[in-house]
Write a protein that binds this ligand. Structure first.
Ligand SMILES: [Zn+2]
Length: 163
């Protein structure tokens, strides 16, 4: 866990909140809380954050299971991934694959993003195991997935913010 920065606000009356900013965790609190109250809040907020992040940070094995399930559900099981893993050296792309090996790599920048976004990127790469290019046949493969447009918009928004 990185540094925790507590920001106290006189305007904030009751609500406490925590979020990540890079490696740092920012905790927003009302100014009047006592030390023990503050510590209790920080602990429970961070626990909650970590639980939430864990849910969308599956291990490589869990990713492979998820990919197999997505393939069954949306691609009639036609994409058969041999391996799926997180990589940290992929800054310009969210996912990539090597169809000859059936291997899929996901950028770890996706960690912490909503599950349906990670699912979309996984499904996108699975579809590339069947169709290499972004042809109309490629898009037809994943068009039934209900979150395609929403996930594309979400990822474009993230890319734009980080420019
Ligand atoms: Zn693609």
């Amino acid at each position: 866990m990185g540094d925790v920065e507590i920001r106290r606000s006189r305007k904030r009356t009751r609500t406490v909140r925590a979020y990540r900013e890079g490696d740092k965790t920012i905790v927003l609190m009302p100014a009047h809380l006592s030390r023990p109250e503050e510590e209790r809040h920080v602990r429970s907020l961070i626990e909650r954050l970590e639980r939430r992040e864990k849910r969308v940070r599956p291990s490589d094995d869990e990713l492979l299971d998820r990919a197999a399930a997505l393939s069954r559900e949306w691609l009639e099981g036609r994409a058969v991934p041999a391996s799926v893993r997180w990589v940290s050296n992929q800054n310009s792309r969210w996912g990539s694959c090597t169809s000859a090996e059936g291997s899929i790599r996901l950028s770890d920048r996706l960690k912490g993003m909503p599950e349906w976004v990670v699912d979309y990127v996984l499904l996108h790469e699975l579809a590339h195991l069947i169709e290499a290019n972004h042809s109309s046949r490629f898009w037809a493969l994943i068009e039934a997935f209900p979150q395609t447009e929403r996930a594309k918009g979400f990822l474009e928004g993230v890319s734009w913010q980080r420019r």
